[in-house]
Design a protein around this ligand. Structure first.
Ligand SMILES: Cc1cc2nc3c(=O)[nH]c(=O)nc-3n(C[C@H](O)[C@H](O)[C@H](O)COP(=O)(O)OP(=O)(O)OC[C@H]3O[C@@H](n4cnc5c(N)ncnc54)[C@H](O)[C@@H]3O)c2cc1C
Length: 400
């Protein structure tokens, strides 16, 4: 096994790096550096720039605007986004696009795919419900056929950025008598349809991100169903293997470690700079060792996928989610330690700090650290909780 990049891959990395450094608007770059939340306009504007380059939805089929990359190129692109740092394409673009391209009707592909790439259609993900998170197949939101429409009633929970979205992809129950996984269909729902209400959920960060979405006799045209009725469970499993390959987000954690080192060199304690403190150095070293180990594991998986294909349903992918989320949290925790009292003092002001126009009392980097730390707590819950990842690994490795 050789984990070094080939000449062509090194040249590709240089091309990606140069593009991200020159094409991303400076204002957005600064937000990414400070850990600020990009606005809807930032995201849509950047998507249009990526679309011009042909990189808005790199892993889609080429005929529908994909870049035709292999798994190594996609890995390089993802790492360079995190390293720059540049805003990644919206995750739902990669989640819903390939499902429509694979299982949708020709009419649906024509209606949706380009508009998803340019973010004219901004999707949110309507999967989780009260009582249906880890056990997603227990979902109850009902869709009853009435002529050429489904009538949808029920509730979705934790819907990220539903207040920005104009479309939702949703799993709904179309056959309450069938076995759990077999009575589910996959609908695309226009968020402006009468009967939909979106209510914010309070979170630790204080910023608006997750919502509850209620459906009260919402009429959804049958042509907005992906594929066949009651086969939604099969379609939702069709996520991109290569995308799962980047979920450890090594580049992001590396960036945070580098930032923590840089700040610690000037953060003074009564015994000198924090960077000289033995306990702090040990903690940082432990993170770096774990990070290197996860990076090597990730590269071995990329290498394996290049040679043998597949990877999508491989239970080993859970290592990346599990290790990546824990390291993400560890790096945010160490940044909190570096910021020390500055992070606490900034808590009152951190929401204001999300805007570049508003002055803060202390440095802006300190203002956004607690916000990202709090948000980071969710990394071990969303996308399949860490306990569930442990279960998957135990079953695969130990047959439990
Ligand atoms: C910030 C954030 C954003 C999210 N965004 C979205 C979104 O956009 N769209 C969407 O559909 N969903 C979203 N989710 C929901 C997310 O997918 C669920 O929260 C997650 O799947 C866990 O489900 P749950 O919250 O119902 O917890 P539960 O499934 O009720 O689990 C509660 C606890 O029990 C543990 N547990 C459950 N079952 C087992 C088991 N079999 N073995 C061991 N332990 C178990 C879990 O690990 C967890 O610790 C988001 C969640 C968060 C926090």
């Amino acid at each position: 096994m050789d984990l070094r990049l080939t000449e062509a891959e090194t040249a590709f990395r240089a091309e990606v790096r140069e593009f991200l450094q020159t094409a991303q608007p400076q204002s957005l770059r600064r937000k990414m550096e400070l850990g600020q939340m990009p606005s809807r306009e930032d995201l849509v504007g950047w998507h249009r720039i990526l679309e011009t380059k042909g990189w808005a939805a790199p892993m889609w089929p080429v005929e529908w605007g994909g870049a035709g990359w292999n798994v190594v190129q996609f890995y390089i692109f993802s790492e360079e986004l995190l390293r720059t740092p540049a805003l990644p394409p919206h995750p739902h673009v990669n989640q819903i696009g390939p499902v429509i391209a694979t299982f949708g009707s020709e009419d649906m592909k024509r209606r949706f795919l380009k508009k998803i790439r340019t973010m004219e259609y901004y999707f949110c993900s309507g999967l989780s419900e009260p009582g249906a998170g880890s056990d997603l197949a227990a979902l109850k939101t009902q869709a009853v056929l009435d002529g050429d429409h489904y009538v949808v009633n029920g509730q979705k929970l934790w819907t990220t950025l539903a207040h920005h979205a104009n479309w939702m992809y949703a799993l709904v129950r179309t056959d309450p008598r069938a076995k759990k996984q077999q009575g589910i269909s996959f609908l695309l729902i226009d968020m402006s349809t009468p009967g939909i209400s979106v209510r914010p959920l309070d979170t630790l960060t204080g910023a608006r991100s997750v919502n509850e979405v209620f459906f009260d006799n919402v009429r959804v045209p049958v042509e907005n169903r992906i594929g066949e009725e009651n086969r939604g469970w099969t379609y939702i499993k069709h996520t991109l293997g290569v995308e799962r390959m980047t979920q450890a987000k090594i580049g992001s954690s590396k960036g945070k470690v580098a930032f923590a080192k840089q700040l610690a060199a000037t953060a003074m304690t009564e015994h000198g700079p924090l960077s000289e403190n033995v306990r702090f150095r040990q903690k940082l070293a432990e993170i770096e060792v774990d990070l290197k180990a996860l990076e090597m594991t990730n590269l071995r998986m990329v290498d394996h996928s290049m040679k043998h294909g597949g990877g999508n349903q491989d239970p080993k992918m859970s290592i990346l989610k599990l290790g990546g989320s824990l390291l993400h949290q560890a790096t945010l925790e160490i940044l909190m330690e570096v910021a020390g009292p500055q992070a606490m003092a900034r808590q009152v002001a951190f929401l204001e700090a999300m805007s570049d126009d508003i002055e803060t009392i202390g440095p802006k980097w300190a203002a956004t650290i607690p916000l990202n730390y709090y948000h980071g707590r969710a990394a071990s819950i969303f996308g399949g909780s860490n306990e569930i990842q442990h279960n998957i690994l135990a079953k695969a490795a130990l047959g439990l």
